[in-house]
Ligand binder design. Structure first.
Ligand code: ADP
Ligand code: GN1
Ligand code: MG
Length: 380
């Protein structure tokens, strides 16, 4: 790895950093560093697993470099995370039920290296796993209940409004505007490789603005939402199907909670990977959808308005289209936002999202009925 130098917040240059191990020792790990290696499958941050020897045993930590192309103001982001984790911790018990930041040696919750890279560390959540796809409907129900609970717990976060770590993150019309700009430029001459996907995006554009229109009209309230509820951002107990902890808090900020439910539909109601290339297998499974609705409403029904409940199905559709458009935009931009592991992966991701959106469309009336029957079960 490239040689780096450490600059503490004071700006004082300390000593050269030759590898990730030296970054790790900038945090209060309470023992001797054994190893630090790349970890996880997130698309955004650089994540490392840090192993530390302590009291004759071993302790693990997660070390992450915040992606500053995506998050332009890491200090505000870390302020959000500190407030969110402290609030959650004051309301729930169990060391595995909430992310815990590990302080840097100077007491702050991040470390700034000489190249202005921001790093943070978390306690490792032991005995747990995150999955890219669900194995059964219990996991889907659990994940949805966990995110509903997360939203509910943050409903009374004291203090000022959280920082918007990415402005207009789920403003779908704004996402389409970015798409049009990038398409117009076509800087990598890729539009000719994705004419069908471009047409598909354009065909979806009007329908995909539905939730933002309701937000603009004040018909959907602003609440604190997670905003990135794809399935692998919740940890499951490794011996059961129980969801135990919500992770990846970088986008927790004010918005509509509907997108949180929607992203679960996108990632936990389908049997296929996000970049599935056999599009004939991509579909929304109604039994999983029902499990998501049941799980989510079991913890969120108490605070949702009727309009929010009535738009849960729409949220699944909108976020699937929005995410497809984001992947297509990134493909046209030369893959500068989402981490890719092979050529054309963002285009494959886009195609799979649009195939899923078509499957959702085809089952939409049934989805509306499922929500009605679960939400108002006791009234009928
Ligand atoms: P990204 O923003 O890149 O998605 P995440 O914060 O989601 O980064 O972390 C990437 C992966 O690392 C997660 O999917 C999860 O598997 C693992 N991970 C993150 N934080 C922890 C933690 N505190 N304990 C255990 N595993 C973690
Ligand atoms: C990113 O960070 P990660 O991998 O959990 C992205 C989400 C997308 C998702 C698609 C900050 O999530 O918005 O839905 O990829 N996060 C950010 O897989 O843009
Ligand atoms: Mg993640």
């Amino acid at each position: 790895m490239m040689t780096r130098s450490i600059r503490h917040r004071s700006g004082v240059r300390k000593k050269p950093i030759s590898d990730i191990r030296e970054i790790a020792t900038q945090f209060e790990l309470g023992g001797t560093l054994i190893a630090a290696d790349r970890y996880g499958r997130g698309h955004i941050n650089d994540t490392y697993l840090v192993l530390v020897g302590r009291n004759g045993g071993e302790t693990r930590f997660i070390l992450q470099r915040i992606n500053q192309h995506v998050f332009r103001d890491p200090e505000s982001l870390m302020e959000n995370i500190r407030r969110i984790t402290e609030h959650l911790r004051s309301k729930i018990t169990g060391s595995r039920s909430c992310l815990s930041l590990v302080p840097a040696n100077d007491g702050s919750y991040f470390f700034l290296d000489e190249e202005a890279g921001y790093w943070r560390a978390y306690q490792f959540i032991e005995g747990a796993s995150s999955y890219d796809g669900v194995a059964n409907t219990t996991q889907a129900r659990e994940a949805a209940a966990m995110f509903g609970r997360f939203q509910s717990l943050l409903g009374d976060l004291p203090g000022p409004r959280l920082h918007e770590t990415i402005p207009n993150f789920h403003n779908t019309p704004a996402r389409f505007r970015q798409f049009h700009e990038v398409l117009e430029r076509d800087a990598h001459d890729r539009a000719r490789h994705c004419a069908a996907e471009i047409d598909c995006a354009l065909a979806y554009e009007e329908a995909a603005g539905a939730l933002q229109a309701l937000q603009d009209a004040g018909e959907i309230p602003e609440r604190i939402a997670h905003n990135d509820t794809k399935l692998n951002n919740v940890m499951f107990d490794e011996h059961s199907d129980k969801a135990i902890c919500v992770i990846d808090l970088d986008t927790v900020m004010p918005g509509s909670v509907l997108y949180d439910f929607g992203d679960l539909v996108r990632t936990a109601a389908t049997p296929t990977a996000e970049d599935e290339t056999d599009l004939s297998t991509v579909r929304m499974r109604m039994d999983y959808y029902e499990a998501l609705v049941e799980g989510y409403l079991s913890t969120a029904m108490g605070f949702l308005t009727e309009t929010e409940v009535g738009n849960l199905s729409m949220a699944g559709k909108v976020i699937t289209i929005e995410t497809g458009v984001r992947f297509l935009t990134d493909y046209l931009s030369g893959d500068e936002y989402f981490r890719i592991h092979r050529a054309d992966q963002n285009l494959d991701r886009c195609r799979a999202q649009f195939a899923l959106a078509a499957s959702i469309d085809g089952q939409f009336d049934k989805m509306l009925k499922v929500v009605d029957s679960v939400a108002y079960r006791s009234e009928s």
